[in-house]
Design a protein around this ligand. Structure first.
Ligand code: FUC
Length: 805
């Protein structure tokens, strides 16, 4: 049971049989036969062409090169710094004055004072890092023909196969969750295989652009050269490489310090080689000669135990995991990996119609701009599910801004957890797409924040409960960072709570609710203590705050009572009430929250007919009318406070806002717009935006989302947009084909989850519902809405309802 307790990150294995020769790798399936497959006719020339694999904790970018293979590695706890508490001791004294300045409309002065007194120390958080690269330099440097590399989403295996005059080579790479190792398998046919194995430590990368607009950018110069080489070296802190037995290698080092926070982690990586060839080893590299097969088993760990404890023993962990895996055959490792992965991936299928499946994926992305490719949208959705399974498993860290895939010690925005949209967006898809089990790390992180954020609430606001602002990191820092314009936003923790509640609502997992309730309760306590009366008499509001990252007309974003805060806190309070009642807890507190929720200032429609972003009607005069954040549309999506059934006037106002903001923005911002348009019921509009998201401006050749640069939220948010066009569940109803675009006249989805722990299989032809099958609790009443009509049906004694139209 995924939620029953928080599992340890460490998996210990024992009692395995000796590694034996595995059967030959299966022939690479043709591009046409398996729709859930990314494939290419050339190796990755840059990072955004390499293919990601991961087991939630360990990640690898596989380049598929033939002269020198590059495997870029990550471990999800390898971040800079160490345990720290950044809460400003001067914040509390400044709070009343900041509030007074805001109430008097002196926003600039309020911003300056908050900037000087309330912000985190240090002002920035710690960054996610990389384990560096393994580089395999092959004896055979001939240009191959033919060549193919692929990522099979049905096995979570990246493959490369090619032929040179000396014969054929095939390789497979996967990251096993059951065995906690990355497995690299090389096989030669009609020849022998020789290569040198070397390591390159963590380094900085030059980013050509980390901006909010413009076309896709690359991290490295593209050089489509078959013999492309990376420099071997050991940059990174205190890196040591040594042999660990005759066929194994141990690499150790430590993380970076940052912003004056000392480096608190050590890491270890172990590579074991199993081959029928000859191995010669030194402290700088391995050489393998005359092999028919070679298997590399890579284990990696850091000393991170939790956000306050870095006393783990990574060397012992990587030895144990590597040695245990070495006692299994390649076939056993592979089979266990596929079985484990398919238990998650296999629960959902999608078919949106045909597409250019005979084109390699990179060419297909380019072609989709001009010719609609429904099957590419289906692949994008399944790829997002693959990415979530690969970056977020019970006991691991949650998916960060780049999931777990990051090549540098200086990633954009630190590859952190930005909780004013990005981290939440990463998890929207989980429940509906049958991946509730992948939500556990988000719950775990929020549990940590309820501890670190309690100190922030006390120190900064003298409030009960807990608070987190717009970002957090491995160390669960909860204070406002970067500057008031971005950081002075007290609703990050509350939004995480609402995201978790939504996920609970899909699974209705009681064990999850038991873990969630204390978090909801603590987040609610914070707002009971810090909400203030609007001097204009409109109700309860936050102050100070921002409407995330968007400046109002008065030279700042700092304000009181932005719409998003009111919407998030309304949801938080209602979820806390529902959870408290379900669990029969805290009746007095629940009564107090119930009395408070109705006093929160309501949403307002402004003078241009728009949904007001701020408490005042400032939208029209705001300096960036097309700002990427659409924070006040939280009420439309992911919430359903604003919806076409109950609040048609507010939906109309939300559409005015959406029109004004424009369709295209950064990856995640474009994805959010798709979901919003789907909620308004406008499938063709949602689809036209999706088409741009899938095109080469916003999707890299490896199908990673281009913010630019790479940020994974767009992948998850875009995939959720596809789900929302087909099935929605809100307001105690299942909405069937609520925003079906005309571009997908026939299709099918199976294993869609809707709120209340119901699984739905749905198919449609010629734009009309054809079949529906629901599976849930026997005898349960279900409300179906389709084409404006409401139908109430009951699941039978077997928990099934079937409709054929
Ligand atoms: C927020 C967004 C940016 C970016 C960053 C990680 O600040 O406004 O677009 O996604 O998070």
């Amino acid at each position: 049971m995924a939620y029953s307790n928080r599992p340890s990150r460490r998996v210990v294995l024992s009692g395995m049989t000796a590694l034996s020769l595995a059967p030959a790798l299966p022939a690479a399936a043709g591009g046409k036969s398996n729709p859930n497959r990314l494939w290419y006719r050339q190796p990755a020339s840059r990072w955004e062409e390499a293919l990601p694999i991961g087991n939630g904790r360990l990640g690898v970018m596989v380049f598929g090169r033939t002269g020198q293979e590059r495997l870029q590695l990550n471990e999800d706890t390898l971040w800079s710094g160490g345990p720290y508490t950044p809460d400003s001791p001067e914040a509390l004294a400044a709070l009343p004055e900041v509030r007074r300045l805001i109430a008097e409309g002196r926003y600039k002065e309020a911003t300056d004072l908050a900037g000087a007194k309330m912000m985190a120390r240090p002002l920035s958080q710690m960054a996610y890092g990389t384990l560096g690269d393994l580089l395999l330099t092959f004896d055979d440097q001939a240009v191959p023909s033919p060549y193919e590399r692929h990522l099979d989403l049905e096995t979570a295996i990246a493959g490369v196969s090619y032929t040179t005059p000396s014969g054929t080579i095939s390789r497979e790479v996967f990251a096993s969750a059951p065995d906690q190792v990355v497995v690299v398998r090389l096989e030669a046919k009609g020849r022998r295989l020789g290569f040198d194995l070397a390591y390159r430590g963590p380094q900085e990368v030059k980013y050509t652009a980390a901006n909010f607009s413009g076309s896709a950018t690359s991290l490295e110069p593209a050089a489509p050269d078959w013999a492309q080489r990376e420099a071997v070296g050991t940059n990174g802190q205190d890196i040591r490489i040594r042999q660990d037995g005759p066929q194994a290698w141990l690499i150790t080092g430590r993380n970076n310090s940052s912003q004056g926070i000392p480096a608190g982690l050590t890491f270890a990586m172990r590579v074991q080689v199993i081959t029928d060839g000859q191995v010669s080893a030194s402290d700088s590299h391995f050489s393998i000669k005359g092999a028919r097969t070679a298997t590399l088993l890579i284990s990696a760990a850091t000393s991170y135990v939790n956000f306050r404890d870095t006393s783990g023993e990574p060397i012992a962990i990587v030895r144990r995991q590597g040695e245990a895996a070495a006692r299994k055959s390649y076939a056993q490792l592979r089979q266990a990996h596929i079985k484990d992965y398919m238990a998650l991936f296999g629960s959902f299928t999608v078919d949106l119609g045909g597409g250019a499946t005979d084109l390699p994926t990179d060419q297909r992305i380019v072609a989709s701009e001009n010719a609609d490719d429904p099957a590419l949208a289906a692949l994008y959705l399944q790829y997002a599910r693959y990415l979530l399974i690969s970056s977020s498993r019970p006991g691991t860290q949650p998916a960060n801004l780049q999931g777990i895939w990051n090549a540098s010690t200086n990633p954009p925005w630190g590859s952190k957890y930005t909780i004013n949209i990005n981290t939440e967006m990463n998890y929207w898809l989980a429940g509906p797409a049958g991946l509730s089990a992948c939500v556990e790390p988000l719950l775990g992180m929020t549990e940590d924040l309820a501890v670190s954020g309690a100190s922030t609430a006390k120190t900064m606001y003298n409030a009960r409960g807990w608070v987190a602002h717009h970002n957090t990191d491995l160390w669960r820092a909860a204070a406002p960072i970067d500057g008031p314009l971005w950081g002075l936003w007290p609703c990050g923790g509350a939004w995480l709570c609402n995201t978790l509640w939504d996920q609970y609502d899909y699974s209705r997992d009681e064990a999850m609710l038991a873990r969630l309730y204390p978090l909801l309760r603590g987040a609610s306590l914070f707002f009971l203590d810090t909400l203030i009366e609007d001097p204009g008499g409109r109700g309860l509001i936050t102050s100070p705050s921002v409407s995330p990252e968007n400046s109002h007309p008065f030279g700042s974003s700092v304000c009181a009572g932005p719409a998003m805060d009111r919407q998030i806190i309304r949801d938080l309070f209602n979820h806390t009430i529902a959870a408290g009642k379900t669990l029969g807890r805290d009746s007095n507190l629940i009564a107090e929250i119930t009395a408070t929720v109705s006093r929160i200032a309501p949403d307002r429609i402004g003078k241009t007919g728009q949904l007001q972003e701020w408490l005042e009607d400032w939208d029209d005069a705001a300096p960036e009318p097309q700002h990427r954040h659409i924070s006040h549309l939280y009420a439309l999506f992911p919430s359903s406070q604003v919806n076409p059934r109950d609040t048609p006037d507010l939906v109309k106002a939300a559409k005015v806002t959406l029109e004004r903001r424009g369709d295209l923005s950064t990856g995640w911002a474009t994805a959010w717009r798709i979901n919003c348009w789907a909620r308004t019921g406008e499938g063709d509009h949602a689809h036209s935006i999706l088409k741009s998201l899938l095109g080469p401006q916003r999707t890299y050749p490896n199908m990673f989302d281009a913010h630019p640069p790479f940020q994974i939220d767009g992948n998850f948010g875009g995939a959720m947009g596809i789900m929302e066009m087909i099935v929605q569940s809100w307001g105690e109803e299942i909405h069937l084909l609520p925003a079906l675009p005309s571009a997908w006249p026939s299709g099918r989805m199976t294993g869609v989850r809707v709120r209340g722990n119901i699984a739905a299989d749905i198919s449609w032809t010629k734009g009309k519902l054809a079949q529906l099958r629901l599976k849930g609790r026997p005898g349960e009443e279900v409300r179906l809405r389709h084409g404006g009509e409401l139908q109430v049906v009951r699941l039978n004694a077997g928990g099934v309802y079937e409709m054929k139209v």
